[in-house]
Design a protein around this ligand. Structure first.
Ligand SMILES: Nc1ncnc2c1ncn2[C@@H]1O[C@H](COP(=O)(O)OP(=O)(O)OP(=O)(O)O)[C@@H](O)[C@H]1O
Ligand SMILES: [Mg+2]
Length: 252
């Protein structure tokens, strides 16, 4: 089992979106993946997947020593396995994040993707302690990259393997160059995910971009990321305008 933490220094960089779509892309490559919401204060995975009735959440699992995390796994129609959080504030007070590491061992997936909370607070630190590897999400702006560096430094200090960085929401040519971002972070940039309206469309349809729009630009970037993570060879796909067009109007 590989436990990968998706982290960022700044909030809103795209951790949840990357976690969901990396999980989906790994799943489509044939791997068993469980996605765990480790943003205990403001959990979003359940909302993103449209799970309205949460019987057991990560909060319940971290509140009781004897609970089994397998009881909190939801199977989404896309095939995604999810351990969502409980959005009520009351449930936050009861959890012991230090149980996380032990609880995750009960999962049997090849990959466990942990969607972190932003920053370097206690919450993010408990997820960092529970993971094996870290993926850093940054936006192509200096403050986001500088805050991302703090995550890289902390991961190094904690002896975690850093897979690399993901640049999310690339809008145009005027933004920070990839080489500059790599030289600040001192880790490779694995993939660049563009600003993509399919992200919002997928959110409205309570599913991953990768599952709904596999030929969108962001899905191609996620495919590259999943191949990098697994070590498989990735063949860059030629842009297919017809496929893009079909994707854009597939409203199902
Ligand atoms: N590539 C993209 N193109 C367009 N919108 C995006 C993209 N990536 C993320 N977003 C949007 O940016 C917002 C923040 O994304 P997300 O929730 O994944 O960030 P986060 O890092 O998990 O935030 P938080 O720190 O609050 O947990 C969301 O509205 C999401 O739909
Ligand atoms: Mg999030």
């Amino acid at each position: 089992m590989r436990k990968i933490l998706v982290a960022s220094g700044k909030g809103g960089a795209g951790k949840t979106t990357v976690s969901i779509n990396l999980s989906s892309a790994l799943n489509k490559l044939g791997h068993d993946v469980t996605l765990v919401d480790c943003n205990f204060t403001t959990p979003n995975i359940g909302l993103y997947f449209g799970i309205t009735k949460i019987e057991k959440s990560i909060h319940d699992i971290l509140s009781a020593k004897s609970s089994n995390i397998s009881d909190a796994v939801y199977l989404h129609k896309s095939g995604a396995k999810i351990v969502p959080g409980n959005i009520s504030l009351g449930s936050l007070n009861k959890i012991n994040p230090q149980y996380l590491n032990k609880k995750l061992k009960r999962l049997s997936s090849d990959f466990v993707i942990l969607d972190s909370s932003a920053g370097l607070g206690r919450e993010a630190m408990s997820s960092l302690a529970a993971c094996d590897e870290v993926l850093v999400v940054v936006n192509p702006e200096l403050p986001s990259v500088v805050d991302g560096l703090k995550v890289v430094e902390l991961a190094r200090k904690s002896n975690k393997e850093i897979i690399g960085a993901v640049i999310n929401r690339q809008k145009g040519k005027l933004e920070m160059k990839t080489s500059k971002i790599e030289s600040i972070l001192e880790v490779p940039v694995i993939t660049i995910i563009p600003e993509d309206e399919h992200v919002k469309k997928a959110l409205v349809r309570s599913n991953s971009v990768y599952d709904l729009y596999p030929n969108s630009k962001s899905s191609i970037a996620y495919r590259k990321l999943a191949h990098y993570v697994t070590g498989d060879v990735f063949y860059e796909e030629k842009k297919n305008i017809l496929k893009d067009f079909v994707d854009l109007f597939r409203l199902g």
